[in-house]
Design a protein around this ligand. Structure first.
Ligand SMILES: [Zn+2]
Ligand SMILES: [Zn+2]
Ligand SMILES: [Zn+2]
Length: 438
């Protein structure tokens, strides 16, 4: 993700911020511009401090403090681009539901940031009643035995709200022998099933996909039963990104898709901070990288991998220095890189087919930004960001030559149990609203 600034004072701000900690301006995210903007009240709406100064409203989910995205004031929608995809949310008069749902929305909004940045097709149920992307956030009724399974069905993603409970999720992670389990990971995985429908099945690429991921016509229910009874094959790391990916080709695709999203988002963050990886102990080029490109528009998967491997080596080493689990406890084998390359190609093909006017949605961040929480500036508004895009238009899709797996950082050994901390949601400002269906 990019680093964002308050246009009023130049303070660096997080994607989730509602207010600037330095000057107090209200903040919101403008999905069509891909920027956070400071806003000032104007009548019953808000005026952005971005160069074009559009008049805006906040998404209705600002009331339960679950969203800080903005909508053009003249639009009819009650909800923002991300929240319009919610079909069901839990009863927010139950306090724990509200707390858990907020955490879900924080993760979901980060998912949508990446989907928008990759210019993937997004239709809600109003735009496509048969296969629009929709979310049901469901809380289990303690009085009933029914279990809510997180999963995907024809565009509808069901999320068990309980996963937002850190203790519950960590228990599940341990029981399932998973090195990584996060809310954002769930969203990225489940949306992978949705985009398999759209970018593979409906785009006439089934044969290509089957040649790489295997035959998805295999009985899904039986495959899952076998997976849970027998576990993954002993040598699964040679060909799969995770043990669960071995269950069925659909799960392999969704798991690999999630990793593609993990990788491009994390690389953009590294680029935003101007990270350079140059370990003094080795001249092995595979462990050196200057991360100075926009991964959402990377011309090839190879370019992404060349930056990702040194970065994960460095990040894992940093985490170990703090006694944390590896940030990226996975190994990218040659076959896995081939799968990632297929996903890169179908996403790039979809992006290039997108309307040209959308190409400027995301501007590349400058490589050198000030630290995220510098001392308050000496006063006076910061100069506004440039009005025009400063990245070249996306290139035509590139079919990479087969990639020999590059030298890998040291393999992951017995990932410890701790997970990286999450950013706490801000305190609620208004009284929770009752359940709505949007
Ligand atoms: Zn400010
Ligand atoms: Zn919203
Ligand atoms: Zn799945």
């Amino acid at each position: 993700m990019k680093l964002f600034k308050c246009q009023a004072c130049g303070q660096d701000v997080y994607f989730e911020n509602r207010f600037c900690g330095s000057c107090g301006h209200a903040l919101g995210f403008l999905p069509n511009a891909g920027v956070m903007t400071a806003v000032e009240p104007e009548g019953d709406a808000w005026r952005a401090l971005t160069p074009k100064r559009p008049k805006l409203r906040y998404c209705a989910n600002i009331t339960p403090d679950a969203c800080n995205w903005l909508i053009p004031a003249e639009h009819d929608e009650k909800f923002c681009l991300a929240c319009r995809h919610n079909r069901t949310i839990p009863d927010l008069s139950v306090e724990i539901n509200l707390l858990h749902w907020r955490k879900m929305e924080f993760a979901k909004h980060r998912l949508f940031y990446t989907l928008i940045a990759l210019r993937l097709p997004l239709k809600d149920l109003n735009e496509d009643p048969d296969h629009g992307l929709a979310f049901d956030f469901l809380a289990e009724d303690p009085g009933k035995k029914s279990i809510i399974l997180t999963g995907h069905d024809t565009g509808l993603i069901t999320i068990n709200l309980k996963e937002a409970d850190d203790a519950v999720r960590e228990k599940l992670r341990t029981e399932m022998h998973e090195p990584y389990r996060t809310l954002l990971g769930h969203f990225r995985h489940e949306v992978g099933h949705h985009f398999w429908d759209i970018l593979v099945r409906d785009a006439g690429r089934l044969d290509e996909c089957r040649a790489i991921f295997g035959d998805d016509s295999e009985d899904y229910g039986e495959a899952l039963k076998r997976h849970y009874a027998e576990g993954a094959p002993a040598n699964w790391q040679d060909s799969f990104i995770s043990a669960y990916a071995t269950a069925h080709p659909w799960e392999d695709f969704a798991e690999t898709w999630a990793h593609y999203l993990h990788i491009v988002d994390t690389l953009e963050t590294a680029s935003a901070f101007g990270l350079r990886i140059h370990p003094a102990t080795t001249k092995n080029k595979a462990l050196h990288a200057d991360i100075v490109f926009d991964p959402h528009n990377a011309p090839s998967m190879q370019r992404i991998i060349e930056a990702w491997l040194p970065l994960t080596f460095a990040m894992n080493s940093l985490n170990r220095s703090m006694g944390h689990a590896d940030l990226y406890p996975f190994i990218l084998s040659g076959p896995v890189i081939k799968k990632l390359t297929f996903i890169h190609e179908i996403i790039r093909a979809s992006a290039v087919a997108d309307k040209p006017k959308k190409r400027a949605l995301f501007r590349r961040i400058a490589a050198s930004q000030p630290p995220s929480q510098p001392p308050a500036p000496p006063g006076g508004p910061a100069p506004p960001p440039p009005a025009g895009p400063d990245i070249p238009a996306p290139m035509d899709p590139v079919v990479d030559p087969p990639i020999d797996p590059p030298d890998q950082p040291p393999p992951v050994e017995s990932p410890p149990d701790d997970m990286p901390p999450e950013i706490s949601p801000p305190a609620p400002e208004e009284i929770p609203q009752p359940m709505h269906v949007s």
